[in-house]
Write a protein of this length. Sequence first.
Lengths: 194, 284
Amino acid sequence: MKPEMGAKGMEMKGRGSVIDSSFSDLVAKESGESILACYQCQKCSAGCPVAYAMDILPNQVIRMVQFGLRERVLSSHTIWICASCYTCSVRCPNDIDIAKVMDTLRHIALGSGIKPAEKDISIFHSVFLDSVKSKGRIHELGLIWQYKVKTRDFMKDVFLGWRMFRKGKIKLFPSKFGGGREIKDIFGRYKKGG
Amino acid sequence: MKELSYYPGCSLEGTAREYDESIRGVCEILEINLHELEDWTCCGASSAHCTDEQLAIELATRNLTIAEKGGRELLVPCVACYSRFKVAEKEVQEHPGRQETPYQGKVRIRYALDFFCDDSILNLVKDKVVRSLSGLKVACYYGCLSVRPPDITGVRSYEDPQHMDRLMGILGAEPLPWSYKTDCCGASLMMTRTDIVRNLSNHLLEMAEEAEADCLVTACTICQANLDTRQEEINKEFGHKYDLPIFYFTELMGLAMGHRDVKKWFGRHLTDPVRLLSSKGLIK
């Protein structure tokens, strides 16, 4: 049974962490997943291929959500490192779609004003969506260029790019604009980032 | 003649050109007519679902709506697009009216690997094989989204899938048992955290080599790109000498069925497959 919460939940401070008691309800509602069902078997973390690069493990993320450690979770590297491979989701004995919860946490993080711990990954997603918005399709070379401009890392993969170009894998010019008005409308409805 | 709608997806216009070319080539031999969706747009890929669920659903359903008007099954080669379409389909079917889309959820969405591994197609393929790929030991690499999550993909044996292995067997190749069939290559972190991609891809190549595979076969544009284009960097970073070509399964279908353009497709790989195939007497 879920504990009763006020409209905004309670905020408590202790040992340097802010506890937001409405956080687990919010994550459960947005993701549609039963966060409270987790009993910490740690199967998700044991099978996670990118656990080694995470600052908090997937099972710890779920525990911290249960405890309402909102800021700790939303400022973690983990929510951005998750590669959405769904290994955790299919192995969870309580049917929690952990990959989906990670998605939800990214959505909440983007709207929270908390700085994403993996800056480049969030830049990549935003550049990617800008590209879809303006061209309808992803033009890979254009996307890579925009990403480089935003991250100021111009040398990364330059040689690889040249080798791929010589193999005919790099398309120089974008396809004709697809979608037109409809794509603009879709992004118009998406207010947060639109 | 079978008629299908076709959604190539963005990467098949660029880095995964040989996947597009080999699919079209294989369909030509199997007498399958592909109708490319008119004015298709990006499915939203990982960036949309990492950012906003509604945006992800709407970008996907825009394409499904076009396919629905065509009334045919929709062939989708890229697993990321496929996964986004299936998630959108589920949402529309389970919560009709919640999203702003005219899509009714009626299109049969077929992932290219599943489509070509269907018994009806395998029977056609059997009759068209002109050059058995005997002696070619392959590690079938399914990756993540082609099998997971099973309520989206419908794949029952998602921990140890067999369908690509069966197809390779029909082509005359020898599919090997190995334990990394459905492990992740690092996927969409390919541009942002390439250190993670190199590390995970290194594990995959190591396991395929340990299984004594000559090459890996994939059905995913990101897996192919990560394993093929970064193999040289991986060798440098981890001190290996991998020389494992990474094929799209449709390229090997084309080779076995004698398509004239196979050399053009193989010429687009960064880890050269021609040397291997010549040594096996499979290509002149």
